[in-house]
Design a protein around this ligand. Structure first.
Ligand code: AMP
Length: 413
């Protein structure tokens, strides 16, 4: 049997895991700043949690869910997104008594999509959700938070915030009916995939990648014609707020998002340097979703960002190599090596030893690992109870008693 990983999955190691850990830290720092609490849900749930809310006709439900029967015939699905599990967790753990509920989480999602650069079948997301407020301030806060997180992780990248409002559920129903009529008239010019969505999911035709579809969408009615006064006011306040925070945005009236539960504000952060999969982060309001899952009649809003996509663009700040490379010339001197390891452990100095006894090879390994400080342990060091510290860049070398080692390393760092 040839050993291989499952298509669309990937192992996270080396610089990618370092980036992953930095992302976690930055997310936690920003979440704390805005008083969001972390919540982690299981990676699988009952299938019905996803199938209806996400839309029976959505791509995720139709083609992409990993669903399987448990031994007792329960139908289970690996979570394809985090919003519905968060809501389920809030309801089943009685967390909705004290509103607003502000949550965030990080973890793996699963969608059986066609793998390509930036698109996996198991990928990781950052998620933020707020349950229980209609205030435009929440929409704004979530976008400011998204912007802050992306800015601190990707200081050298430009990303664009695309913004739209889908209005209330009623606005959206009227708009969909109108849109279906419009596309029905143009049916013969649409791609086959879009033709199939005219009745069931006309919004999705608006973000079709097909050139003919795009041209027809350009002259389609826009949601702006259907927004209620309140929705327009809500949208205007958000735009004012974004200007206050100097967050550049573009209104994009074709932005609809993939899942059925969205209404009101929807937004996406995109980045040019990502290729076809250029969306870093997306989110919006889903008023009505919580009650449809059996919770109280309260609104909700949230966003999700792809960790792999952020990671692809991220630069690591500086090398995180060990501070000290250990070189020992013979097995016999191990007790002396142990002494210095104990010392470094106590003084929080990171170190690397390759479990070998060859000075020349050790020095060249330190060089290739870009570690400047080498501690050499040989016969002389062992017999006279000192350590030789060699600084590879300058070529300097010192013989030091153990209690002087920390000062030396601190000076050289
Ligand atoms: P969505 O839940 O589809 O709105 O996705 C939110 C974010 O998750 C996207 O903007 C991407 O950054 C990321 N994402 C979604 N699907 C995938 C995937 N298959 N592979 C990697 N990242 C993904």
């Amino acid at each position: 049997m040839k050993l291989r990983s499952v298509r669309g999955t990937h192992d996270i190691y080396g610089s990618e895991i370092e980036k992953y850990n930095i992302i976690k830290e930055v997310v936690k720092r920003n979440a704390d700043l805005f008083s969001y609490n972390e919540l982690e849900t299981p990676i699988f749930e009952f299938t019905e949690l996803f199938s209806k809310p996400l839309g029976e006709q959505s791509d995720v439900v139709l083609k992409e869910m990993y669903t399987f029967k448990d031994r007792n015939d329960d139908l289970l699905t690996l979570r394809p997104e985090y919003t519905t599990p968060m809501i389920r967790a809030a309801i089943t753990n009685n967390l909705l008594n004290d509103l607003p509920l502000k949550l965030y989480g990080l973890g793996s999602m699963f969608r059986r999509e066609r793998p390509q650069k930036g698109r996996y079948r198991q990928f990781n997301q950052i998620n933020f959700e707020v349950f229980g407020s209609y205030d435009y301030f929440v929409d704004l806060e979530l976008m400011v938070l998204a912007n802050d997180i992306l800015k601190s992780l990707l200081p050298n990248n430009k990303f664009k915030l695309n913004l739209n409002s889908l209005g209330t559920k009623d606005n959206l129903i009227k708009y969909k009916t109108n849109l279906s009529k419009y596309f029905e008239q143009k049916k013969s010019q649409l791609s086959e995939e879009s033709r199939n969505k005219i009745d069931s999911n006309p919004l999705r035709i608006l973000d079709s990648k097909n050139d003919d579809d795009k041209e027809i969408s350009n002259t389609a009615p826009t949601i702006m014609e259907f927004l209620s006064k309140e929705s327009i006011l809500h949208f205007d306040e958000i735009k004012k707020g974004l200007k206050f925070y100097n967050i550049h945005f573009e209104e994009n009236h074709k932005l609809v998002r993939g899942l059925d539960y969205y209404c009101g504000t929807v937004f996406e952060f995109k980045c040019d340097n990502l290729g076809a999969q250029d969306t870093l982060l997306g989110g919006g309001r889903y008023d009505g979703l919580i009650s449809s899952l059996g919770g109280p009649e309260i609104p909700g809003i949230g966003w999700a960002a792809g960790i792999e996509r952020i990671s692809m663009l991220m630069e690591l700040p500086n090398n995180n190599n060990a501070q000290v490379h250990l070189a020992i010339t013979d097995e016999k001197f191990k007790p002396h090596l142990q002494k210095i390891i104990k010392y470094m452990k106590e003084n929080q100095i990171s170190f690397y030893w390759n479990y070998k006894f060859n000075l020349k090879k050790s020095l060249s390994k330190a060089n290739s690992n870009n570690i400047s400080n080498v501690i050499i342990i040989g016969e002389n060091e062992f017999n006279n109870d000192f350590f030789t510290l060699k600084h590879l860049k300058s070529g300097e070398q010192f013989e030091l008693k153990i209690d002087k080692v920390k000062n030396y390393i601190d000076d050289k760092s």
